[in-house]
Design a protein around this ligand. Sequence first.
Ligand SMILES: CC(C)(COP(=O)(O)OP(=O)(O)OC[C@H]1O[C@@H](n2cnc3c(N)ncnc32)[C@H](O)[C@@H]1OP(=O)(O)O)[C@@H](O)C(=O)NCCC(=O)NCCS
Length: 206
Amino acid sequence: MPRLSPKSDREVGVMEELKQHTLHLRGERIVLRPMTEGDWDILLKWNSDPEVLYFSEGTNVTSWDLDMVQQIYRSVSQSAFCFIVEFEDKPIGECWLEKMNLGRILRKQPGLDCRRIDLMIGEKALWGQGIGTEVVRLLVKFGFEEENADAIFACDVADYNFGSLMVFQKAGFEIFSAVGQPPATKAKVGYDLVLTREKYYDMASG
Ligand SMILES: CC(C)(COP(=O)(O)OP(=O)(O)OC[C@H]1O[C@@H](n2cnc3c(N)ncnc32)[C@H](O)[C@@H]1OP(=O)(O)O)[C@@H](O)C(=O)NCCC(=O)NCCS
């Protein structure tokens, strides 16, 4: 949700530890709880699964090692609220709400507080059961109602990732831009989608 390599393309520096928070976001069936330094085993498991990475990464990477996994999440956490998704008291995925880090979007939204959502349901047996939809709705509510964001984006969603496109569109996101991808990547097009604060509150009142 990455994401067309949002992860691998990030400038991942050497960070000591995850920047943590204490928030719990509770949905009907899931809880989003803070990601911690005790979560490396599950994060490594999901980030070593070629089928998960096929959808979550733009390049042909099939596995990240522990060092890279730690670099990625520690780096993201400096400007994001990183969560573990729990279902029936078990960790089943990860997600975050992050300050927008893509110049191509920020340049078109000067002065606005733009964020992005990324998510991965790492337990494949649970794909297609509405959990991704619930994750996005919880993060969107948090982003607008608690963080007062002006716009929330999903970035670089691969053209073949129908599940991800559906999850965001069901929450009210619309296509913001279609970005042609370099030849070495799996997608021909990566979509940026957006939900504005105005549309969010219009939907809530309608
Ligand atoms: C993409 C992902 C987040 C979707 O979450 P999910 O829990 O599987 O999705 P949901 O069950 O909430 O599905 C939402 C809608 O998309 C549809 N959908 C889900 N997967 C689909 C697929 N592969 N093809 C077509 N439609 C799909 C569902 O039927 C549902 O539609 P409905 O409400 O009309 O029935 C999850 O599959 C995942 O984490 N995949 C691996 C990592 C990834 O792709 N992350 C996102 C990168 S941008």
